[in-house]
Design a protein around this ligand. Sequence first.
Ligand code: GLP
Length: 244
Amino acid sequence: MKIIKVKDQAMGGQAGFAQFKAALDAGATTFGLATGSTPISIYEQLTASDVDFSDKTSINLDEYVGLGPDDDQSYRHFMQEHLFDAKPFAKSYVPNGLAEDADAEVKRYENIIDENPIDLQLLGLGINGHIGFNEPGTPFTEPTHKVALTQSTIDANARFFADEKDVPRYAYSMGIASIMKSKNILLVAYGEAKAAAVAAMVEGQVTEEMPASILQKHDNVTVIVDEAAAGQLSGNVEMTDFAG
Ligand code: GLP
């Protein structure tokens, strides 16, 4: 793993933007995208730039079950607001939260991933080490699937909803196996709350109890962290400072 340390989330946006730019320059056509607060500064940089995704494809990691594109808490809505309205892709895939047949939906989505191999997958990190919505205990072999969210994830995401009771209890998520098919992976984490998960991901045992630890087994992973998120890494970990 290549670790890049930034001062704060704003600078992380610049460092992340540089990774997207490098991927585009190298001929990337398909981008795996993420939601949550972490990617926002990267999307701001992309939106403010002259990058053009109009002949590219995007595939998002996950979506809440039960929320449609018009629901302002849906991840499709988030993506429209933070990226797609300003920077449309030729094709943007997000799981269909309103799908009637969950089994068919997860198969359909995994086929999309297989037909459009992801050149660069952007990931945030849950405080319990989840990536996408792959909670601790998820088999590393799992493709796209329906997930029951853990209470810790429901609590962490409650800040986006009027009431904790409104947070959906299920989501569709790319699986760990789907994520690992990506050619390059860019994981971003900020803040002290992520520090333990970052250390376990980079230096801990590779275990299904810490989903992000599987990234140690991928050849092309870049991690962007701020000081606080890097706070529990040992001195053995090599880091590059990104100064803008
Ligand atoms: C949610 C998303 C993840 C995201 C995580 C962290 O659970 N499904 O993709 O990485 O939240 O969110 P944040 O970036 O807001 O800390």
